[in-house]
Design a protein around this ligand. Sequence first.
Ligand SMILES: C[S@@+](CC[C@H](N)C(=O)[O-])C[C@H]1O[C@@H](n2cnc3c(N)ncnc32)[C@H](O)[C@@H]1O
Length: 315
Amino acid sequence: MFDLVAGFCQSQILLALIDLEILQCLADGPQSPLDLALAVRVPEGRMKVLLNGGAALGLITVRREVKLTPRGAALLAVPGLPDMIRHHETLYRDLSDPVAFFRGETETELAAVWPYVFGDGAAQDPARAARYSRLMEGSMALVAEDTLAAVDLSRAEHLMDVGGGTGAFVKAVAKTVPKLDLTLFDLPAVTAGVTDLPPRARILSGSFRDGNLPRGADVITLVRVLYDHDDASVAELLARVRDALPPRGRVIISEPMTGCRAGDSYFALYCMAMRTGQVRSVERVAELLREAGFGGLRTPKSRRPFVTSVVEAVR
Ligand SMILES: C[S@@+](CC[C@H](N)C(=O)[O-])C[C@H]1O[C@@H](n2cnc3c(N)ncnc32)[C@H](O)[C@@H]1O
């Protein structure tokens, strides 16, 4: 019961530790509580409360000196994770009146972080695209690891990652699967920021809302793409994916889904705050694939449902 009411305070402790750069300071070595308080201009007594909160979350230990725990160090070691946590301030503002939020009366701010939800016309600014792509890149390592553990790409010849951002998944595939040809497909504002793709990967810019997808790949991946969009857009996208694949070609969907605590109590609200977004169950994703004409459905058990779940289908 306790964590049901304490969740918000715990998130704010985490945000304060990150925004005040306390975890970052401690990465350089232990510090006394007083030095930390002076460095970040928080009164000593209030700093004690914040530090004890951080210790209760398992991120630091507080004795004569304050030290990072392995969990705190792990949090800092994931590139982009502090930025990902920080951008939740927007979500928390959107949720500050939960009744209005669930009634659909809140003009949410989070949607503006993901401008493509307003259509491609709104998604042409490379600076905004770079910002959201950075947020996604930070969490890709775990998503790629679990996705690649769930599927067999040993006989695949050419994989196209649609909505692949700045190529973090393509790079992870290149490291894991030798000889596979790779294509990254995303909006021009996003692909403008792509760097360091492996030589066997090529970039195609475009919108999956504008006509057919490029052909040539026998595997198409959609990693954390469907949950941004409503059913009508997803149906249209899956039809285009099917058209782009050869007979027996495969589509792989990987994203957090409902039916687990993270899916139902976090991702579902996050996507709703994006306005067009919708987290779906494994069964619903499978149903949308069947409706788009796919067969041979596979739904491997997720290793970490809070990271991702995978549904695979064959044309
Ligand atoms: C939530 S991000 C996921 C990025 C990447 N797959 C990942 O998991 O990190 C969704 C991606 O879909 C792309 N996207 C959105 N609308 C698109 C469209 N109409 N055509 C192509 N890509 C689009 C976005 O630019 C963004 O890179």
